[in-house]
Each structure stands twice: as C-alpha cells, then as structure tokens.
Design a protein around this ligand. Structure first.
Ligand code: IMP
Length: 495
C-alpha cells in the first residue's frame, strides 16, 4: 500500500527506521504528463535557478571548469572543488564565464586623441584580433565607437584621427549596465546594430555586447543553458570553513554565482562562522552550506541565513565516514527530515551523494530535495579531471573521496573538510580512492539521467519538480522486492 509522503515518513519515524534509496519506490498513479511536458526547472539555492536539478560534486576528480561548463550547458551546475589554490580556482571560474562570453566586461577602450595608426600598432603589440573599441575622453567617458568598418573606410590612412573616423556617441545606440543578453539582442535587432556598449550613469563604459557572440550564445541550445543575466554560464565554487573562504571569493570576483561552504560536518561552529563572515561581506552572494543530515541542523542553518543546504553524511560511493565513525542517517530519510524541518523557509535542499541508479535522482527529489549532487555518476567522464588509464584491461579514470588518504595528503582544503588538524601526521581517512570505468562525454551520462527523471515523473504524474517534491506517494520495499526490480533469472547480454 502506498502512502502520501508525510504519512509514509511519519510511520517509518514511529518505527525508528531510517531508509535509503533501495528501501523505497514511488507509487504510480494515473498520469496526464508526457515525458516531454515534464518541467525540470528548480533551484540550487534561493536565487540560483537550475534548468535540470543536477549538480556536479566539489571533488578533485569530478569538477573543474570542463565539468562545470558541460553541466551548465545541460541546464545544471558544477561546483568547482576547493582543492585548487585560490588563484587556480579563480582561473577555472573565469574559464566557465568566458565559455560563451556574450558580454565583454571592461572592454578595451582607446583615447579619442589617438590616430588609427596608433590603435593598429597597439592591436599588433597586444595581438588583438578584433577591431571594435569604445572611444573615451580624458576622463574615461564614452565619446564614440570605432569598428572594423571605420578602419576599412579609412583606406589605410593611418594618420586619420580617431575622432574623425569613429561614430560619435550621439549616433551610437547604448544600454545600461543591467542590460541582459536577451534585452541586448532585442535592442541590436531593433536598431540594426552589431555592437552595444553599456554605459554607467556617469558615461563610463562598463561592458560591450558584440552581435556575433550574442548570436552564438543564443543559438547554442540556449533554452537548455543555465545562464546568468549577462548570458554567461552559471558556476558555483566550494570554499573551506575558514577565513580562506573570503580570499577565494575575492579572487573569483564577478566570475562566481554561488558559494558552497563545504564541510563533512556542516552543523559546526566553523561552518556557521564561515557563513556569517561571507554573508556579512557579500550580502548579495548566495551561500549554500553542508553537509548535514538532521532536522535540527537544517533549522539552525536556515535560521543562520544559509541560502541553500546540502544534505548527505555518509551516502557517497567513495565515503567511509559511517563505517569509520558510526554516524549518519540513510539518505532518503535524511533528505525528508531536513526538508520537512525547514518547510516554508524558501531554502532549497540539495541531496548530496549516494546516487547509484538513475532512478535514485527521482527518489531524492520525491523525498523533498530541490536538486541532487553527484560525484560517482559523473566521475570517469571525459570532462572529469584526470587521465584515462588502463586497469585489468579496462579503460578507467581515478575517482577519490576528498577524505581519502591521498586527497588529504594533497590538499589543505580536504583536511579542513574533514576537520583534520594540520599537525596530525596520520589522519583517519573517511573516503577511498577508486577506479571507475571511462564513460566518454558527460553529456551522454547527464542526458540519460534527465530522461530517467522525466520518465519517472511521467509515471507518477508529476508535471514539475515542485509537485514531485511534495505530492509523490512512497512504498517501502523489501530485499525480495528490490531483487524483483532488477533483471533476474536471465543472463544479461546488454544493458
Ligand atoms: P557520490 O555521488 O555517491 O559518489 O557522492 C559524492 C559526495 O560524497 C560528494 O559530493 C561529497 O559530499 C561526498 N564525499 C566526497 N568525498 C568524500 C569522502 O572522502 N568521504 C565522505 N564523503 C565524501
């Protein structure tokens, strides 16, 4: 018999039971929703939207720029791991933001007092391939626009003054700094312009849109891309629970959309301190804090101002925390409990870890999560950091826990995540190092996850994530039920 989510979990709680993915299934119901109609949009944190509720883990064998770019292009999000130095992490964040580059922030400008020849020699010196430059006066105010056409019409007259060649400001269509990519495209189309400088109130150039970049960005499957207001891919980054967090955020600057305060114990003095420090310094930046697995911790973090909470203590495929320490709640119950505890707060919960089968994504969301973070599912893909090697004749990549012995040896942030004092010479590992099969492009893996989620939601009749999160009915299954769920009594020759 299936029960509503709340009845189901109330009954398991009464029995003192905590359940995970293989303990439950979802009951089907009459469905009017086709897989294509299912709306997968959701939130990672209060203000960070997702086109699909899938996030790649902040691990050094899962997420650097390549993974973050691929995830955001598919509608999800990547969290750059904190094992990188602040400079390296900032470089990776910049790479993600420059991938589509629809808006050029702080574009190169030249003075109106120069000649075309001056500018051409500067272009040679700096090896600039483009020829579109806002022109400014001595106070840095916009006075005109110089484009390739102006160079062409000058017939090679390098002595021609820029002021004489450029289109003067009063004939240039401009926008304000908050103009997003879609608005920029509409304005350029309306006026037949290939360039749109954005000017501050005091007439300084803050950014520039160039039509070819905007078109490339809009045409490249834009309805799937997870973009910021300037048309750049969204990206998240993990930081440890110390003052180093601020240094990292400062280094990433405008190339960052959401920060993840990353600790194996998210309900700790250090995690709250980091949350407070970041919110006090960057009140407009969304901060997600994790990991936790109990209702009290969820309430405390939501009350302290977290914009998102990450749930999962011990479910990870490479994790040994529960075995080594005996703590942690099985993931489905942990997610439900935390979601229930902060119901109505508007703080989304991300279910982090333990996704083994594709159907687990749907189960995590049905338990109330707004998104799912994965390491093992995405490790071993082309975009995951690390080389493809051969192991026992199979192509593999390394996938390791951030609390594995080697990760803690290599990274201060890993030691910090697991609360290891730098003076400890032999820290207790809470994760393993493993090989996973090489899986090829991550697009294929994520597209299969998306299709599985669409199908699941169609089977139970959930048109969108909000409905799936709140109205799905659960069934408790036995080991025999799970055995029946898998292929059985046959020799599988293809999966
Ligand atoms: P997976 O998707 O099941 O492989 O789990 C990935 C998640 O495991 C990550 O997002 C982290 O929250 C968690 N994790 C990463 N490294 C470790 C570790 O060494 N020990 C415990 N948990 C870890």
């Amino acid at each position: 018999m299936s029960l509503s989510r709340d009845e189901f979990f109330a009954s398991t709680e009464r029995q003192g039971l905590a359940l995970t993915f293989d303990d439950v299934r979802l009951a089907t119901a009459q469905s009017k929703v086709s897989t294509r109609e299912v709306d997968l949009t959701s939130y990672f944190s209060r203000n960070i939207k997702l086109g699909v509720p899938l996030v790649s883990a902040a691990m050094d064998t899962v997420t650097t720029a390549d993974m973050a770019i691929a995830m955001a292009k598919l509608g999800g999000l990547g969290v750059l791991h904190a094992g990188l130095t602040p400079e390296q992490q900032a470089k990776e964040a910049r790479r993600v933001k420059h991938e589509l580059n629809a808006v050029i922030k702080d574009p190169i400008t030249f003075s109106a007092e120069l000649t075309l020849g001056d500018i051409l020699s500067e272009c040679d010196r700096r090896q600039l391939k483009f020829r579109t430059f806002p022109i400014t006066d001595n106070d840095g105010r916009f006075v005109g626009l110089l484009t390739q056409n102006d160079f062409d019409f000058s017939l090679g007259n390098s002595a021609l003054a820029v002021e004489a060649a450029m289109t003067p400001a009063h004939d240039v269509v401009t926008g304000t700094p908050d103009t997003n990519m879609h608005k920029a495209f509409a304005v350029m189309r309306e006026h037949g312009k290939k360039t749109l400088p954005l000017l501050t109130e005091d007439g300084k150039v803050s950014a520039l849109y160039v039509l070819s970049d905007v078109v490339r960005s809009l045409a490249g499957n834009p309805e799937r891309h997870n973009l910021d207001d300037s048309g750049r891919l969204l990206v998240a980054a993990a930081v440890p629970t110390d003052e180093g967090a601020l240094e990292r955020i400062e280094a990433m600057g405008d190339y960052l959309d959401v920060i993840v305060v990353d600790s194996a114990q998210g309900d700790s003095y250090f995690a709250f301190q980091a949350l407070r420090l970041i919110k006090d310094t960057y009140p407009d930046l969304d901060v997600v804090v994790g990991n936790i697995s109990s209702s009290e911790s969820a309430v405390a973090l939501a009350d302290a101002g977290a914009d998102g909470i990450k749930v999962g203590q011990g479910p990870g495929s490479i994790c040994t925390t529960r075995i080594e320490t005996g703590i942690g709640s099985p993931q489905v119950s942990a997610v439900y409990e935390c979601v229930q505890a902060i119901k109505g707060s508007g703080v989304p919960i991300c279910a982090d870890g333990g996704i083994v089968n594709r159907g687990d994504v749907s189960l995590a969301i049905a338990a109330g999560a707004s998104s799912v973070m994965m390491g093992g599912q995405l490790a071993g893909t082309k975009e995951a950091p690390g080389e493809v090697t051969s192991h026992n004749g199979a192509m593999v990549k390394l996938y390791r826990g951030m609390g594995s012995a080697s990760a803690m040896r290599d990274s201060e942030a890993s030691r910090k995540r697991y609360g290891v004092d730098s003076s400890t010479s032999t820290p207790l590992p809470e994760g393993v190092e493993s090989y996973v099969p090489y899986k090829g492009p991550v697009d294929d893996v994520v597209n299969q996850l998306i299709m599985a989620l669409r199908k699941s939601m169609s089977y139970v009749g959930s048109p969108d994530i909000e409905t799936h999160r709140t109205e799905t009915r659960f069934l408790r299954v036995t080991n025999a039920g799970m055995a029946e769920s898998r292929p059985h009594d046959v020799t599988v020759i293809q999966r």
